[in-house]
Design a protein around this ligand. Sequence first.
Ligand SMILES: Cc1cc2nc3c(=O)[nH]c(=O)nc-3n(C[C@H](O)[C@H](O)[C@H](O)COP(=O)(O)O)c2cc1C
Length: 327
Amino acid sequence: MKIPFLKPFIIGNLQFPINLIQGPLAGISCAPFRFLTEKYSAPAFTYTEMISCSSLLYQPQVIYQRYLKKIPGEGKVAVQLAGSDPVILKQAVMQATDYGADLIDLNCGCPVKKIRRKGSGSKLLTDPLKLFKLITAMKNNTHVPILIKIRIPEKTNEAFNFEIAKVIEEAGADCLIIHGRHWTEHYETPCQYEKIQFFVEALKIPVVGNGDIIDLKSFKNMAVTGCQGMMISRGSVGQPWFIRKLIAEIKNESFLSPSASEIGLIWLQHVSLLAELLNNDYQALLQARKFSKYYARHLPNKAAFCEALNQCKNLSDLQKISYLYFI
Ligand SMILES: Cc1cc2nc3c(=O)[nH]c(=O)nc-3n(C[C@H](O)[C@H](O)[C@H](O)COP(=O)(O)O)c2cc1C
């Protein structure tokens, strides 16, 4: 069994010192999360959440301020687009490039029915010709590397999967990211590493494996696929140091995890950056409630903290509660 070691990573015209990527998470992956992930983990790059091409084109300033704009200290960021029309995608790619995207990704994995009904997300994996046109439209209209993030396309049909793999490569994508589940499968279904390996073996462009990397053991499971890079998405929520910790474990080096009070201060910084980004303390409080349980995962009285947070009326209450539980 060959386990690849951490190494520099080349995607298109960009070179990264490491081959671990922070993946996209809707509702979480805006600038504060990306900034903290960069500060505590320095992955190859981070991601915006999925942005529909039409929102980017019809409300460019709003979308830029909310999802694309970087805060000082962020590293390279991939802008992820959702769309199914080559003409609209082309315009959205040009807009994202003008806004400073370091890489651009097309979402071909989203399982949400509303997205699939529009022909986007994982639905794109049913139509190789359309996929080819979309990727060509991206490639011909930007100088930044093009990423394609998919789920496993078909449950049984290897020939079809091979066709999808070839279409992605021949249309000019610089890297494929594959989450090892079919769109109908929930997170309880184990990740299918052998399907990821199929794409690794079928392609010459780098393939990034994604799914369930939460510790050294799961890293090793993914490494067996021979993938050139790995993407970690949920693992970093509430612990932006996760990727650095994983790197230390892979290298058999020691890593000192932050203490409860240090975690409390990182959590407070996350919330305060969010309030600044949204320019709205109450919206920041509502969003912070959604990821509080991840920051609180190691607290002995986690449930009480989350409950207390639900009673907070403003950020000053949130700060008091956070000091009480963490610091
Ligand atoms: C709350 C949530 C939001 C997500 N949002 C996106 C998204 O906007 N774009 C995307 O490509 N994948 C999205 N994903 C999928 C993840 O990026 C990733 O592919 C999946 O969670 C498996 O990786 P993990 O086990 O490391 O989390 C999301 C997943 C979750 C749980």
